[in-house]
Ligand binder design. Structure first.
Ligand SMILES: Nc1nc2c(c(=O)[nH]1)N[C@H]1C(S)=C(S)[C@@H](COP(=O)(O)OP(=O)(O)OC[C@H]3O[C@@H](n4cnc5c(=O)[nH]c(N)nc54)[C@H](O)[C@@H]3O)O[C@H]1N2
Ligand SMILES: Nc1nc2c(c(=O)[nH]1)N[C@H]1C(S)=C(S)[C@@H](COP(=O)(O)OP(=O)(O)OC[C@H]3O[C@@H](n4cnc5c(=O)[nH]c(N)nc54)[C@H](O)[C@@H]3O)O[C@H]1N2
Ligand code: SF4
Ligand SMILES: [Mo]
Length: 692
């Protein structure tokens, strides 16, 4: 083992990333990955997928050359071309569309934020003069961030770095998802140190097994439960009187508004016993500091603005904002601001001209909801869209309403996709670009994620000759489709740009490993909150201007209940898969070989389903097949299906069976939340039947 060289870097692209890793390299090949005992977030911890993450690089079917479509779209026939030809082809098509339809007719697409290329792509869109960056923000991050900004002027994140008395994991399965760098280790350490735990989740997760109180609510009723908590806290005078008096706006209105959300009323809505609602509210309010770890699940139906607002109000009235161990404003280190990096100044009208604006989405959300993007392609409302450049994303699987995605992709004049493997979406493209990946590129993680930290991800091996880093592709494409002087000679200068205000070079940053902003608690005592009233706006003072509700409300389930579909369908992210990514990595596939749907034994018996059976899951919008996991982790009446399934072992001319087990064949974009264009990804009426 003496000839193994160990290099320290940070994990990325397997989830939001963040674990400090020691990567063992021999002959330009990674031979082992282990957690770094001194890692800031992980202290030696890694999950399984982090440890096997190098297998992504060595798969025999990994893309190795730029490809040009040779047959009909989606027919799976390709011709190998050079990088120069590929870039010329893409630039030619994008500029042609720009000339005929305007720059806004090209959408630039990304998925879950993975690394610095995310922001280089936004820069490319801005320099190309298209306001249309299409991302998953409608269902991920933006609703929490923007609702937080409106309520208290910042994105309140759970502070798991300082001692806390209680963690309340609300729609967040942090032990499996390590969401936004809230690595399992941080939660586990707090529990070890005596913090109490409340879990609000319709499923009995591994985290719920350890909870002092598990509130297994009816899916889609989060806002009602949060308003019920507020009701109890106000009527029992458990709120933080000083904070409420000095730093909140609209408390009286909130008091009268929540009167009707008595524990008994909320019990009828959520299915949680009134006594447990009271217990939960008392425990949370009585445990200051308490960290509310709010998860992605609350963003997965059209009522997200209500749920997120109600939870932000809950943090505020209990005095948990801006206190260590509560929910904090995580200040960035001295690095380049995002707006400057993406050159937002060059496209000042973006908020008015982007597709979302025409549908009245909340102005602070600066990306286009995929639902409106596809409507624009298919109906030319508000204007025609003809081209798409996508990277780090697999829309055919992960956008709601996959049939509409398929139709929209077919309608586009030109599609380019950058990925490291042929995916169902890439199989529909005109040009496919093979990328260099984590461990093969120098990268910065967590830029823009809102937790006030950035992580060095230095390269540890060289990429295969034909594979380029996304940042290099964008840099070279940028020179061809926008003013070349606004691009770098060498794309790695983008890394230096981000760090420049800190005075560090990228090499020095790698030595340090990470940069964290200063801890600044209770800044409001000097400066107030960054809202129009300088207070936490329990009631939004400019609700009319933004055409949003002034007070958070509960207005019913996101979809009507219906006897033909008597069950409620939810999903949760798979511990061994990142959404639709990497199902071709054998070690991961062994852990999660088939799409599994969790069904309670009672429900399974009622429908004649036994463990392992192929089950047809149907909603009013479509049907798919998955295998039964009969388990009491879900309650009778609730079904939890797997997300992101396609079959890389299949054939490109059927886009790898993208229809068969793909959750988003069960979702729809017919009903969308007004604020963010969010579809119902969870909480859909469904039925299950055994496949004959
Ligand atoms: N292993 C793994 N890790 C990941 C990802 C992955 O795909 N796999 N994805 C990454 C991404 S993009 C994100 S955004 C984060 C998301 O990470 P999380 O915030 O943890 O999101 P989810 O797993 O979607 O949902 C969390 C929990 O919400 C529960 N839930 C479902 N419906 C409801 C409901 O109506 N109300 C409530 N209160 N809870 C509900 C689910 O049972 C689940 O346990 O994870 C990141 N990390
Ligand atoms: N029904 C349902 N739909 C959902 C969700 C859900 O819970 N339920 N979750 C939503 C959420 S939270 C999110 S964030 C989105 C995520 O949406 P996406 O990010 O689009 O989802 P992935 O399936 O992870 O697809 C990522 C693709 O990027 C590729 N990739 C990985 N690394 C790189 C890289 O370095 N460069 C390039 N060019 N490609 C790379 C992978 O191979 C993969 O094909 O999905 C959303 N959709
Ligand atoms: S928890 Fe996330 S960051 Fe840590 S090793 Fe696993 S995938 Fe990587
Ligand atoms: Mo996400």
């Amino acid at each position: 083992m003496a000839d193994i060289k160990w290099i320290r870097t940070h994990c990325g692209r397997m989830d939001h990333g963040g674990c400090t890793l020691q990567v063992g390299v021999k002959d330009n090949r990674i031979v082992q990955i282990k957690g770094d005992l001194d890692g800031y977030l992980n202290k030696g911890y890694t999950c399984y997928k982090g440890r096997v993450s190098a297998d992504r690089l060595n798969h025999p079917d990994r893309l190795g050359h730029p490809l040009k479509r040779a047959g009909q779209r989606g027919a799976g026939r390709w011709q190998q071309i050079t990088w120069d030809e590929a870039l010329e082809e893409i630039a030619g098509n994008l500029l042609d569309i720009k000339e005929r339809w305007g720059a806004r007719a090209v959408g630039f697409g990304v998925g879950m934020p993975k690394g610095l290329e995310h922001f280089v792509l936004i820069r490319l869109a801005n320099l190309f003069d298209s306001p249309n960056v299409v991302a998953s923000q409608d269902v991920c991050h933006a609703p929490r961030e923007v609702s937080g900004m409106h309520t208290c002027g910042f994105y309140p994140v759970a502070d798991l770095h300082n001692p806390t008395n209680l963690i309340m994991a609300w729609g967040s399965n942090v032990l499996e998802t390590n969401e936004e760098g809230q690595i399992s280790n941080l939660t586990l350490q707090q529990l070890k140190n005596g913090a109490k735990l409340i879990v609000v989740d319709p499923r009995r997760t591994r985290l719920a097994d350890r909870a002092d109180l598990h509130l297994q609510l009816k899916p889609g009723t989060d806002a009602a439960l949060a308003l019920g908590f507020i009701h109890v806290i106000i009527t029992e005078l458990l709120y933080d009187g000083d904070f409420v008096e000095n730093y909140t706006f609209g408390f009286e209105d909130l008091c009268s508004h929540v009167q009707r959300f008595t524990p008994e009323v909320v019990e009828a809505i959520t299915g949680i016993k009134a006594d447990f609602i009271k217990e939960g509210a008392r425990l949370y309010a009585g445990s200051k500091p308490a960290a509310l770890q709010w998860g992605n699940a609350i963003e997965h139906d059209l009522h997200v603005f209500d749920s997120a607002r109600a939870l932000a109000c809950l943090m505020a009235i209990t005095g948990n904002l801006e206190v260590p161990g509560g929910n904090i404003n995580a200040h960035d280190p001295k690095i380049m601001g995002l707006g400057q990096f993406v050159r937002a100044d060059l496209i000042p009208d973006k908020a008015k001209t982007m597709i979302g604006a025409h549908h009245g989405t909340i102005p602070r959300m600066m990306t286009v909801p995929p639902a409106y993007f596809r409507q624009a392609i298919l109906t030319e409302n508000p204007y025609p869209v003809k081209g798409y450049y996508g990277m780090c994303t697999n829309p055919l699987l992960i956008w709601a309403d996959s049939q509409t995605t398929y139709a929209a992709l077919n309608r586009l004049e030109f599609i380019a996709i950058a990925d490291l493997f042929m995916t169902p979406t890439a199989a529909m493209a005109d040009i496919v670009l093979p990328v260099a990946h984590q461990y093969e590129i120098n990268d910065i993680g967590h830029y823009g994620l809102g937790h006030g930290m950035i992580f060095a991800r230095p390269k540890v091996v060289d990429p295969p000759e034909g594979c380029w880093p996304d940042m290099k592709i964008l840099n070279e494409l940028g020179k061809r489709v926008s003013p070349p002087e606004l691009w770098h000679e060498n794309y790695e200068e983008f890394l230096e740009d981000v760090l420049k205000p800190s005075g560090l070079s990228f090499a020095e940053f790698c030595e340090l490993g990470y940069l964290k902003g200063p801890d600044r608690f209770k800044l409001h005592e000097q400066k107030g909150f960054k809202t129009p009233t300088t207070k936490v706006e329990l009631k939004l003072s400019r609700a009319d201007k933004f055409k949003v509700k002034a007070l958070p409300d509960y207005t019913g389930l996101p979809e009507d209940e219906c006897t033909a579909y008597p069950l409620l369908l939810i999903s949760a992210k798979d511990p061994h898969n990142l959404l639709s990514s990497y199902r071709w990595v054998e070690k991961l596939r062994q852990k999660s070989p088939l799409p599994m749907v969790e069904i309670n034994p009672e429900t399974a018996a009622a429908y004649g389903i036994t463990a392992g059976d192929e089950v047809i899951i149907s909603t009013p919008y479509g049907q798919i097949v998955q295998h039964a996991d009969v388990t009491d982790r879900v309650q009778p009446g609730v079904v939890c299906a797997a997300v992101g399934w396609w079959f890389p072992e299949g054939s490109p001319d059927t886009q790898y069976d993208w229809q068969k087990s793909n959750f988003n064949n069960l979702t729809s974009i017919a009903k969308l939340g007004r604020e963010f264009g969010t579809p119902n990804l969870k909480n859909l009426p469904c039925r299950v039947t055994a496949k004959m």
